[in-house]
Design a protein around this ligand. Structure first.
Ligand code: GRF
Length: 226
């Protein structure tokens, strides 16, 4: 399938989801109101029932399912997924709650042009159950990170983070809600910078506005600088 593209629409974005899709929805809004100079050209889910597909359908964005259960192994699934992504000729691949561990060949195919959002202040708490683990560790600050994807799980170079306070009466659910509200600001802001050509990822390091990024940007700084 070939999708025609007017350069005036900005970067071509493909978003991968597995579930609710609230981050996808935040990205759709940001493309619509111009915070992101880009266009979501395809949404792909590995789960046929993912609720987030409805956000794509309502916005008129082509969406499809590559169901991991239909493939004999992780490599075969990743090959099919990569082929589906490449058919849309993306400038950037955006993982938004995509709950699959990706193989090295897949990651290599999209090196420097694939980002993920993770619900912790990486490198703290990679992996699952981040909110419960932050509470168990007695953290007083928690948050969320946007990073480029490398073969190391949640380990690629971090572009931007948003911090949230941990309250004394928080449980994993209340903390998750606060983090997700921050994610809905953070992901559009980070993707907006990438689509504006201000970020370059090369060999495990990031450049921002032409200089090496020594530490992650903070969402609060970017919002103040606007
Ligand atoms: C987000 O919290 C994100 O950090 C994590 O998965 C969750 C996805 O939520 N990777 P949604 O599907 O975007 O609502």
């Amino acid at each position: 399938m070939t999708i025609s593209h007017d350069p005036a629409d900005g970067k071509r974005l493909v978003v991968l989801i597995s579930g609710r899709g609230s981050n996808l929805n935040a990205l759709i809004q940001a493309c619509a109101d111009g915070r992101i100079h880009g266009r979501i050209v395809q949404v792909i889910s590995n789960r046929p029932q993912a609720l987030g597909l409805d956000f794509a359908r309502r916005a008129g964005i082509p969406c499809s399912v590559v169901d991991h259960r239909a493939y004999p192994d992780r490599e075969a699934f990743d090959r099919a997924l990569a082929d589906r992504i490449e058919a849309s000729r993306p400038d950037l691949v955006i993982l938004a709650g995509f709950m699959r561990i990706l193989t090295e060949p897949f990651v290599a195919r999209f090196a420097g042009r694939m980002v993920n959002i993770h619900p912790s202040l990486l490198p703290d708490f990679p992996g699952l159950d981040t909110h419960a683990r932050a509470l168990a560790a007695g953290a007083d600050t928690h948050g969320t990170s946007v990073h480029f994807v490398t073969a190391e799980l949640d380990g690629g170079p971090i572009l931007m983070q948003a911090r949230v306070p941990v309250h004394a009466d928080d449980d994993p659910g209340t903390l998750a809600q606060r983090v997700q509200a921050a994610e809905h600001q953070l992901y559009p802001a980070a993707v907006g910078l990438i689509c504006a050509g201000r970020v370059h990822a090369t060999g495990g390091t990031l450049e921002f506005d032409g200089s090496r990024l020594e530490q992650p940007l903070l969402l609060s700084d970017i919002i103040e600088a606007r």
